[in-house]
Design a protein around this ligand. Structure first.
Ligand SMILES: Nc1ncnc2c1ncn2[C@@H]1O[C@H](COP(=O)(O)OP(=O)(O)OP(=O)(O)O)[C@@H](O)[C@H]1O
Ligand SMILES: Nc1ncnc2c1ncn2[C@@H]1O[C@H](COP(=O)(O)OP(=O)(O)OP(=O)(O)O)[C@@H](O)[C@H]1O
Lengths: 214, 214
C-alpha cells in the first residue's frame, strides 16, 4: 500500500483522504482548523491540526517522508500556493492540488505542481455531457473524440441481437459489455439479444452513440 | 437539439451551461448577480439576471416552457431549494440540482429533484481513485466492482503481445483498446504487441488492473 499526505480537509480534501483510506492506504490528513480535525478524527485514522504554511510544523509532522502530497486549500490561494512550495522543498516528489480558477491552475502548474483539479468545473462538464446525450449514463473519454459510452439501450435496438443492430457498420460503435440489472455480460457475442432496460457499454464517438438513440 | 434552463452561474453552473452550449443545445442561463451575468454574456448566448426565488420573474423569462432545469445555487441552500420547488410548480419535468452536503442532497431528493450533484465530493472521490492505482489514467465504473480502466502499460507487459500477456486468464481483464500517442486501436487482436508508453483500455476489476502493475 502507498502513503499520501492530504492538506486541507474541506469537502474535496476530506473525500480524497477518505477514498484513499477506504482503499487501505496510509493517509496523513492535515488541516489548520481544529474543529474540522476533531470532526474527521472519527473516520480518518491519522488526522492532525497544523498550518501548512509553517515549515517547522510540516517537518515535525514528518511530511518530508511522503512521496505524494495533495493540497486542497481553495479560498486562500496564497496559503495553498505556499503549502505546495514547502512540500516541494521538503522533497515530496508528486504534488496534486486543487484550485478555484484556471489562472490559479496555470500558476500552480508553472511552479511544478503535477496536476491541478478544478472540482466544480470538472463536475459541471461531466453533468453537461450527461445531459447532452439523453440516454447516456456515463462517459469515459479515451482519445480526442472516442470514448466508452454507457447508455440505456435505445428502443430501436430492444429485442434485437447485437448482430441485427449492426452497430459497428451503421454507427461505428463496438459493444464491449451489457449490464442487465446486477449482471454484467463482458464481450457479448453477436447473437446476444438486447432487452428493455439493458445498459450498453460501447466504444466509439459520443455523437454516434447519441444518433442511435434518435 | 434540446433546451435547458440553468439557474445559478457559479463555477459549476457556468460550466454546465457552457458544455451544453458547446454541444449546440439551447440554454437559458440565469443568475441573480448582474455582474456575473454581464461577464458571461460574452460566451453564453442567452443569459439574464433574475432572482430564481421570484415566481413572476421566472414566468416572465418563460422558464415554464423548459423540460429540464439545472439549479446550481450552493451557499444559500434555502434559495436553491425554493428555486427547485418553483420549477416544479411551473411544470419543469426534470430537475437536477447541486448541493454542498449529503443532508442537503437528501432533502432535495425527497422533494422530487431527480438528481443531486455534490461537485467537490465527486471530484475528490475521482482523484482518490486515480491516486489509488498508480498507473491508472482514468476509470469508469460499469457495475459494482467492474469498470473500464485506462492504464499505462505496466513494464511487465511491454514488448509482449496481448496473447502473451494472458490478461484474461491470469487477471480477468479484457483488452478493449490501446492508445498509442494520437492513435487508437479498438478491439486489438491477440497478436497486437504492446509498446512502452501505450495506454491500455481494459474491462475488469480495478484491483486486478492494479495487480498487473505490481
Ligand atoms: N494554511 C493552512 N493549513 C492547513 N489547512 C488549511 C490552511 N488554510 C486553509 N486550510 C483548510 O483547507 C480546507 C479547504 O479550504 P477551502 O478554502 O478550499 O474551503 P472549502 O471551500 O470548504 O473547500 P471545499 O470546496 O473542498 O469544501 C479548510 O478546511 C481549511 O481549514
Ligand atoms: N435566488 C437566486 N437566483 C438566481 N441565482 C442565484 C440566487 N442565489 C444565488 N444565485 C447565484 O448562484 C450562483 C452559485 O451560487 P453559490 O453560492 O453556489 O456560489 P459558488 O460557490 O460561486 O458556486 P460554485 O461552487 O459553482 O462556483 C452564484 O452565481 C449566485 O449569484
Amino acid at each position: 500500500k502507498k502513503e499520501f499526505v492530504v492538506i486541507g480537509l474541506g469537502r474535496f480534501g476530506a473525500s480524497v483522504a477518505q477514498t484513499l483510506v477506504d482503499y487501505g492506504h496510509n493517509v496523513l490528513a492535515l488541516d489548520i482548523d481544529a474543529t474540522r480535525v476533531q470532526h474527521l478524527s472519527t473516520t480518518l485514522p491519522h488526522v492532525a491540526q497544523l498550518d501548512a504554511t509553517n515549515m517547522d510544523a510540516l517537518l515535525q509532522a514528518g511530511v518530508d517522508s511522503f512521496e505524494t502530497g495533495v493540497v486542497c486549500i481553495g479560498t486562500d490561494f496564497e496559503s495553498g500556493l505556499l503549502a505546495c512550495v514547502l512540500l516541494q522543498r521538503l522533497g515530496v516528489k508528486r504534488i496534486v492540488a486543487k484550485a478555484r480558477t484556471r489562472t490559479q491552475r496555470d500558476i500552480l502548474l508553472r511552479i511544478g505542481v503535477e496536476e491541478v483539479i478544478l472540482p466544480e468545473h470538472e463536475a459541471g462538464v461531466r453533468l453537461g455531457r450527461r445531459l447532452e446525450a439523453g440516454n447516456l449514463v456515463d462517459y469515459l473519454e479515451v482519445s480526442d473524440d472516442i470514448g466508452v459510452v454507457e447508455m440505456v439501450a435505445p428502443p430501436a435496438l430492444v429485442n434485437h441481437t447485437l448482430a441485427e443492430s449492426d452497430m459497428r457498420q451503421r454507427f461505428g460503435l463496438t459493444a464491449m459489455a451489457v449490464r442487465r440489472n446486477d449482471e454484467l455480460f463482458v464481450s457479448p457475442s453477436a447473437s446476444f439479444r438486447i432487452l428493455e432496460g439493458d445498459i450498453l457499454v460501447v466504444m466509439g464517438r459520443l455523437e454516434d452513440a447519441e444518433r442511435i438513440g434518435e
